[in-house]
Every structure is written in structure tokens, then in C-alpha cells.
Write a protein that binds this ligand. Structure first.
Ligand code: DLZ
Length: 158
């Protein structure tokens, strides 16, 4: 999670490999679409900025963040991808649902990273309120989508 000291869109451009020969899968959750749409915009813009061609960025949507695990798992079966990015936004409500979804997605994506051969980048915003999510999806703390794109390129090269 970003802090006031860490701007999500700031990075050393010289440290980012060329992505022109890389292929990416992106899974986006439909819940909180204003936020996940902004995350997706940042991801695609930054992948393309570093050379990825639009035909090599494959985007799929799933209903909610919990389904990101299945979506990413299906994408790991495609040998053509160099990295997969999941994008979601879970905003705390009045029930423990938030904790269960966040833990489930985190554990599910961690398991994929440990068991599959394709890196899966964790673009899940877990915030206490909508404003914190806006701050991290193109607001004052940058865009988590930018960060995920850079991490995907670096891990594809790893
Ligand atoms: C049910 C639910 C709730 C309460 N909140 C969110 C949320 O803030 N963000 C999100 O991406 N999804 C939420 N969901 C939906 C679950 O992720 C999931 O889609 C459903 O429980 C069906 O499996």
C-alpha cells in the first residue's frame, strides 16, 4: 500500500526493461468500476510507454476481486504471457467481508506465484474508504496501475 512517502507513479525509467517483445494478461474486477477503470488506464498507458504493443495486452474482466484468483489462474495456462496483472479495489464496509476477500485474494495470488511459472502482479487496492482508493488510482498518491505495469515488465524480464 502506498504511503505519503511513496508515490505509486514515481520510478526510475532507466531501470525499466524494454517491453516491446513482451505479452501481458490483465484481469480486472468490475466492483468499484471508477477505481478499477482508472487502475486499468494507468496499467495500459505505462505498459505501452515502455514499448508493449496493444495487441500484446490481453484484458479480461471478472465480477469482483474474489474472482481475480480464478481469472489469473486461467491466464497462467497460457504459455504466451510473460506476466499477469490483477487489478481490483476492495473498500471496507460494515461487515468482515472486506477482511475475508482481501485475505482470500492475497493468499490465492501468493499461491499462484509460488506454484506457476508466470509472475502474477498484485494490483489490489485495500482501503478504508473511497477517497483512499481515489488517491491511489490516479489521485494525489499516483496510480497503482502504473506501479503494477512497471513490476510486470521487471518480473517478465526476471
Ligand atoms: C461482495 C463484495 C463486497 C462486499 N465488496 C467488494 C469490494 O469492495 N470489491 C470487490 O472487488 N468485490 C467486492 N465484493 C464481491 C466479491 O469480490 C465477489 O465478487 C463476490 O463475493 C462473489 O464471489
Amino acid at each position: 500500500m502506498s504511503t505519503e512517502l511513496h508515490h505509486l507513479s514515481n520510478y526510475d525509467e532507466q531501470s525499466v526493461p524494454d517491453a516491446s517483445n513482451m505479452c501481458f494478461g490483465v484481469v480486472v474486477a468490475e466492483w468499484n468500476p471508477e477505481i478499477t477503470g482508472a487502475l486499468l488506464d494507468g496499467t495500459v498507458r505505462t505498459l505501452e510507454k515502455h514499448g508493449a504493443i496493444p495487441e500484446n495486452i490481453h484484458i479480461k474482466t471478472v465480477p469482483g476481486s474474489f474472482e481475480l484468483i480464478y481469472g489469473a489462474q486461467q491466464m497462467t495456462k497460457n504459455d504466451g504471457f510473460d506476466a499477469i496483472i490483477i487489478l481490483g479495489s476492495v473498500i471496507k464496509g460494515e461487515t468482515p467481508h472486506f477482511d475475508y476477500i482481501c485475505q482470500g485474494v492475497t493468499y490465492g495470488i501468493a499461491r499462484l506465484n509460488a506454484s506457476q511459472n508466470i509472475p502474477v502482479i498484485y494490483g489490489l487496492l485495500t482501503t478504508n474508504n473511497l477517497q483512499q482508493a481515489k488517491d491511489r488510482s490516479g489521485g494525489k498518491l499516483g496510480n497503482k496501475g502504473d506501479e503494477c505495469a512497471i513490476d510486470a515488465i521487471k518480473m517478465a524480464k526476471f
